[in-house]
Design a protein around this ligand. Structure first.
Ligand SMILES: [Zn+2]
Ligand SMILES: [Zn+2]
Length: 342
């Protein structure tokens, strides 16, 4: 009685290879798993790390994509609290093991065997994906699938890192970079009550930055970013969303007392900082990963309450190569999102 059902997926067949739109066989979710009918999937710079096998243990053929929004299409045995038709998002956090030391400490985002969609299992550049139920976040009615998708990685990363930072309402917070992460970081910083500074390249981005909620704009091409931040009183937090170690290094002297450089932009280049720069003002430099499924849900709820939204350019799944190239070019305004027609 069972008929084979096929679905479309954009797969990469070898490291660095082009996207290949293929048909795959739809399978039933296993115990504890949920099959999601993908409506939208964001295109993240980290996807290049998978496509180019820059991360360890990437296997091909590969279906990347970890900013997924859609509906529960089928639930496997033992799945509680999720029903067919529920609107869900799945981000970078695609499941945790429950047994490693971090999980036993309740610190799920640092799970030693944390699963990322597109890495641990086929991701969201497809009409369907099957994920552990523990990876699911609920999407509020006010948020469309296209709006929800980027919140699973870019959104939760900026929201979570800001609310976990030392900054308190009224403090000066600078968002370094105005791309996929940065344009959300500026909005979240404003809504969290921070005096918000956007730092980006070129005077032409000032209007957009202000429109997103920045109280101040610093053009990094006009020189001395640190000096301009000090002129505003010194930043309690610099949220480094741009993957530029040079730009991060140049901002450190813009931190005030007890200031934090919070590193989100992923790059292998070393950040340059001297002990002198850190000691007297008690500055710190630290990283921040994304957030758990529950934290993605909290991000979505905060966005629903405050009006924070990713600005997106959508492309149908079959135009995946063009969407990916536009993301890589840095020209996207501000997040590319693939849609499936579901
Ligand atoms: Zn991402
Ligand atoms: Zn674990």
């Amino acid at each position: 009685m069972s008929m084979t059902t096929l679905y479309r997926a954009a797969q990469v067949n070898e490291a660095g290879g082009p996207f290949d739109l293929v048909e795959r066989e739809l399978t039933e979710p296993g115990p504890g798993q949920v099959r999601v009918a993908v409506e939208a999937c964001g295109v993240c710079r980290s996807d290049a790390g998978f496509v180019n096998a820059g991360f360890p243990n990437v296997s091909f053929p590969l279906v990347t994509g970890h900013e997924i929004a859609g509906r529960v299409d089928a639930a496997g045995d033992g799945v509680e609290d999720w029903n067919v038709g529920d609107r869900v998002a799945v981000g970078w956090f695609g499941g945790n093991c429950g047994t490693c030391r971090s999980c036993r400490e309740g610190d799920f985002i640092h799970c030693a065997r944390m699963q990322v969609p597109g890495w641990a299992y086929p991701g969201g550049y497809a009409e369907y994906t099957t994920v552990p139920a523990s990876a699911l976040a609920r999407v509020p009615d006010e948020i469309s699938a296209v709006e929800a998708a980027p919140m699973g990685c870019a959104g939760v990363t900026t929201f979570n890192s800001l609310r976990r930072s030392a900054a308190r309402p009224g403090d000066l917070v600078a968002i370094l970079g105005l791309g996929g992460l940065g344009h959300l970081g500026v909005q979240f910083a404003n809504k969290l009550g921070f005096e918000t500074v956007a730092v980006a390249r070129g005077a032409d981005k000032a209007d957009t930055a202000k429109h997103l909620g920045a109280h101040h704009y610093v053009d990094s091409t006009a020189g001395d970013v640190a000096g301009q931040l000090q002129a505003l009183g010194g930043a309690r937090v610099v949220l480094a969303t741009a993957a530029s170690s040079e730009a991060m290094s140049a901002a450190i002297d813009g931190l005030g007392d007890n200031g934090e450089l919070v590193v989100l932009g992923a790059t292998p280049e070393p950040i340059q900082v001297s002990p002198f720069q850190l000691i007297t003002n008690s500055r710190t430099v630290h990283g921040h990963p994304s957030g758990t499924a529950r934290e993605v849900e909290e991000t979505l709820r905060f966005a629903a309450l405050t009006g924070v939204r990713a600005l997106t350019e959508t492309r149908p799944l079959e135009e995946v190569a063009a969407a990916y190239d536009r993301m890589m070019s840095g020209e996207a305004r501000y997040r590319m999102v693939l849609t499936t027609g579901h």
